[in-house]
Ligand binder design. Structure first.
Ligand code: ATP
Length: 233
């Protein structure tokens, strides 16, 4: 049994049909990248997995448990966490308060010390308000708020967007460490070289359809198939 099984999902915003018959699977300990042009349906897929958007048809199972139709809070308790594109940080709360709030409703949250060990920079800034953090620090806090809830499946939506190259390198190293520690990750990212470096497997999206599935190593060796869903290579 795969950790995540998605079968034949269709999703709509009002009358606008955005996802068509999307099926995918994610194995325990895998890092899976969703690639595609802007508007291809990647963010909508993550929102549908998390229950923010209800699929019109199809099934989603997390560790065998059907989760489609459940509210996001229930899906979070089942072990999924979404780090959205717009960073999930309370600007008026300190770093530590942001983390304490995230722990409140978690089943088995991490102790703060474990977060400080993974994110020493956040420890240094623990008393600073969210709004005073740099973009990279806010992204770290956003990821830390998800991690502190100890998810079995972490969904990252464009975590490297708008960040300086050196910060991206830090976050790539962090993501690799989380994967090495056995966390399962689904990542949406426009930074193709960074994500191909991280991912085990890739799904390519085009106009709301999955048009490609393959090993990241194969795309690194031969990027030609990406022309079909990225318009590059
Ligand atoms: P991006 O990198 O731009 O986020 P994406 O592949 O994640 O691209 P989605 O954000 O999933 O794409 O968008 C898929 C389609 O759904 C697009 O045509 C988009 O305009 C539309 N869409 C996204 N959000 C909404 C919304 N809240 N209401 C209506 N249509 C939406």
């Amino acid at each position: 049994m795969s950790l995540l099984e998605v079968e034949g999902i269709d999703a709509l915003y009002g009358d606008s049909h955005v996802l068509f018959d999307v099926s995918l699977r994610v194995e325990q300990n895998e890092v899976v990248a969703l690639l595609g042009r802007n508007g291809a349906g990647k963010t909508t897929t993550l929102r549908t997995l998390m229950g923010v958007l209800k699929p019109r048809t199809g099934a989603i199972r997390l560790a065998g448990l059907p989760i489609h139709g459940l509210p996001p809070a229930r899906i979070a308790r089942a072990g999924m966490q979404l780090v959205p594109e717009e960073r999930a940080v309370f600007g008026g709360l300190t770093v530590e308060e942001n983390l304490r709030v995230a722990r409140l409703t978690a089943g088995k949250p991490w102790p703060l010390d474990r977060i400080w060990e993974v994110f020493p920079r956040l420890k240094e800034r623990r008393a600073s308000r969210g709004r005073t953090l740099s973009g990279g620090e806010q992204q770290m806090l956003s990821i830390a708020r998800a991690l502190i809830r100890d998810p079995t499946l972490l969904l990252l939506d464009e975590p490297f967007e708008g960040l300086a190259p050196l910060i991206v390198l830090d976050l790539v190293a962090l993501t690799r460490r989380l994967a090495a520690e056995g966390r399962t990750i689904v990542i949406v990212e426009q930074n193709v070289s960074a994500v191909l470096d991280l991912a085990d497997r890739v799904y390519g999206f085009n106009n709301g359809h999955i048009v490609y599935e393959g090993q990241a190593a194969d795309l690194r060796a031969n990027p030609a198939p990406m022309r079909g869903f990225m318009g590059l290579a």
